[in-house]
Design a protein around this ligand. Structure first.
Ligand code: 6R9
Length: 691
């Protein structure tokens, strides 16, 4: 594939903005000197000792390379075998991979049929009905409850039958807005059983955001709970749903699980039903609806550079294969393993590594409802000890926060069950990596820094436990079938060889890649496939070092990553400008030692706005963002300024704002494009006083 000239978006203006961002981001990237040239961590000897651990699926780099080469040179054999080996097909496929990025018509196993719930439940319930499928680690310690594969299957069938009685059929969409309880997985699998597409909305989103997502996907049914619990606090889940539904006349049914059992939960008798009243009346067998491998399993909203959130659509066959293969090889899953992923079910990590990945392999998954510091900072580690977790998967932000609280919290617990400890969501700094490896892993576990995205469906760049020598902070090498390219941001030329930095792109379709954006295929193409023709554009920057290791350097677009939550700066700006007194808003990410990035907003006020109390105004603006997006999008700092640095054509120059909040006002670079250079000086002064 010859590298074609970069054509980000369609217009020259977008191109200009885009390349400015890329260049700017790289100016901020990890200093070159920090990239460690030597692989310093070998595979822990314990993992390769059959007396101590099950033998890893891959035990040498040669074995990895042989399989990796086959996955690229003969994808049909490689993925065909893998798909037959890991999944149950009700109708075997004869085709493996078709279509191209350019045409946007990628398909995998196009004539095969399967059902995701059969793959996650029936086949395991038949073989070992009493094996634990889900452990629910409730918000209050000591209240864990578990569900066997058999129990889970029966409950999923009951809910599936109920959904049929609501009139739902294959291809309909169901919204799920639930706390971190097993009923969230039950609801997802019940949809999958009857061929419905679930759209899980993270329960930290506000009523407005939920409504937007329900309407966009045209979900006629919502599944929720009375209340959620998190770190001892109660979240009024059903009340938020009711608020959202004021804007969603299309919703005909709301199924509510009584989780806390609180009284006084709002209830609309013509629309709402209680789970405990209606589900138990259903027959616990429901014939699974076989779907085509390319039929959507779910859609999941994620933030991009521009406009409203995108409903990323995942296929059934390719997606399931991707998550099953990565749980097997990246987490080195073996029969009887207990997989502890702390992500929320409302994000892609929850979909892939709480629900579909572990369950498709018939291992045990843990739903953690609480927060890492409740009731104290040993919560994660007590959970590992209590349930004998073998794979633990969390985000760098949690690792950094717990590291600050000291090693004692970890040392009081027996973590000897752990074999693989994973990190996901944002770049992990070497200090946090080392602490995770030494204090949590005791140097006896494989640390897997897994790079991937909502759109990739499953891990794409990651070490493998039994073979990869790791460098703290590097996601290392591509998973099977993933062909990585690093491109020059401006020219789109592929940068070959070692020691190169550019934008990260993937060169060929892989099974778990997202297939489209719900209702907007052109947007799918412009966002991912058109910026660099012939490649999938990730939105991240990356370096390939002298040893071929990949280092992810963070987003090169207007996406910021706060505690592993992906947020669009333009969405936050839109929420701020809806506030009556606000004229303009510009949001940038600031470095944060714990959350990775934090949200820093600059706003200007309308000339006629009367504001006496700016402290109250900043509070109101934070509330505004919480209301329109959700609490996790709260800006950490809001600066009310007289003016923003702009180009002569009136565009806000975010590059300058980023530099100013980074404390790099002495290296602002070329200011010749700024229409009023004095504005910059005022800003610098103000930020120095405030931050
Ligand atoms: C799985 C998930 C995707 C963005 C991605 C990148 C960042 C994720 C990472 C990582 C460095 C890792 N990211 N894993 N950066 N190292 N191991 O997080 O999906 O919410 O869609 O976010 O997260 O910037 O582009 P999603």
């Amino acid at each position: 594939q010859a590298a074609l000239p970069v054509t980000p978006g369609q217009t020259p203006i977008e191109k200009q903005v885009f390349t400015e961002q890329v260049v700017d981001q790289f100016a901020h990237a990890r200093p070159e000197g920090e990239v460690d040239p030597k692989p310093i961590h070998s595979v822990p000897a314990r993992l390769l000792d059959p007396a101590q651990c099950p033998t890893p699926h891959i035990t040498s780099m040669e074995q990895y390379r042989t399989m990796y080469d086959q996955s690229l040179n003969d994808p049909d054999t490689f993925w065909g075998n893998m798909a037959r080996d890991l999944l149950h097909w009700s109708r075997p496929f004869t085709q493996i991979t078709n279509g191209t990025f350019e045409d946007g018509d990628v398909s995998w196993f196009a004539d095969g049929e399967l059902n995701a719930s059969v793959n996650c439940l029936d086949r395991h319930a038949q073989r070992h009905p009493d094996r634990i499928a889900i452990i629910h680690e409730a918000d209050e310690p000591g209240q864990a409850r578990s569900y066997t594969y058999k129990e889970l299957l029966l409950e999923v069938c009951r809910v599936a039958n109920l959904l049929i009685s609501f009139g739902l059929r294959k291809g309909n969409t169901v919204a799920i807005y639930m706390p971190m309880i097993p009923q969230a997985a039950i609801a997802m699998l019940a949809c999958a059983r009857i061929g419905c597409i679930h759209s899980v909305v993270f329960a930290g989103f506000s009523a407005d955001s939920l409504a937007e997502r329900i309407l966009d996907a045209n979900s006629a049914v919502v599944i929720t709970a009375d209340e959620g619990r998190r770190g001892g606090r109660v979240i009024p889940t059903k009340r938020i749903v009711d608020d959202a539904l004021k804007k969603c006349p299309n919703v005909k049914r709301v199924l509510t699980f009584a989780h806390t059992g609180a009284t006084g939960i709002p209830f609309n008798p013509t629309r709402d039903v209680w789970w405990h009243e209606v589900v138990s009346r259903q027959r616990p067998y429901c014939a699974p609806v076989p779907v085509n491998a390319e039929d959507p399993l779910f859609l999941l909203y994620t933030s991009g550079s521009t406009g409203k959130p995108k409903g990323v659509v995942h296929s059934t066959g390719g997606y399931l294969l991707g998550v099953a293969a990565t749980v097997k090889y990246v987490f080195d899953a073996h029969d009887g393993d207990i997989f502890g992923c702390t992500a929320d079910v409302g994000w892609i990590t929850g979909h892939s590594y709480l629900v579909y990945g572990p369950l498709s392999l018939g291992i045990t998954t843990v739903f953690f409802e609480s927060v890492p510091t409740y009731p104290d900072a040993s919560r994660y580690w007590k959970m590992v000890e209590d349930h004998k977790i073998t794979q633990f998967y969390t985000a760098p932000t949690a690792i950094r926060a717990l590291r600050r609280l000291g090693d004692d919290w970890v040392n009081q617990c027996d973590l000897s069950s752990l074999r693989v400890i994973g990190s996901v969501g944002e770049p992990i700094n070497p200090e946090a990596w080392n602490w995770y490896n030494e204090v949590v892993g005791h140097g006896r576990c494989a640390v897997v820094d897994t790079y991937w995205q909502t759109e990739t469906g499953a891990n794409v760049i990651t070490p493998l436990p039994g073979c990869t020598r790791t460098k703290p902070g590097s996601a290392t090498f591509p998973f099977f079938g993933i062909e990585v390219a690093i491109l020059d941001a401006h020219t789109g030329q592929e940068l070959e060889g070692p020691d190169v930095t550019g934008v990260l792109a993937l060169k060929r379709p892989w099974p778990a890649m997202a297939r489209t954006i719900a209702g907007d295929h052109p947007r799918y193409l412009t966002t991912y496939m058109h910026p660099y023709r012939g490649y999938y554009f990730s939105g991240d920057g990356a370096t390939r070092d002298a040893d071929g290791y990949i280092w992810i350097r963070g987003r090169v677009d207007d996406v910021i990553n706060v505690s592993g939550h992906r947020l669009s700066t333009s969405e936050i700006e839109s929420a701020l400008v809806l506030y009556p007194a606000v004229a303009e808003a510009a949001v940038v990410g600031a470095h944060d030692d714990v959350t990775g990035q934090s949200i820093c907003a600059f706003v200007t006020l309308k000339p006629q706005a009367k504001v006496d109390d700016t402290i109250q105004l900043t509070r109101d603006l934070v509330l505004q963002v919480r209301k329109i997006i959700g609490p996790f999008a709260s800006p950490k700092a809001i600066m009310i300024v007289d003016d923003l640095p702009k180009t002569r054509s009136g565009k806000i120059i975010r590059r300058i704002l980023r530099k100013v909040v980074a404390g790099e006002a002495d290296s602002l670079g070329d200011l010749s494009t700024v229409s009023e250079p004095a504005v910059v000086q005022t800003l610098v002064k103000m930020v120095n006083e405030k931050l």
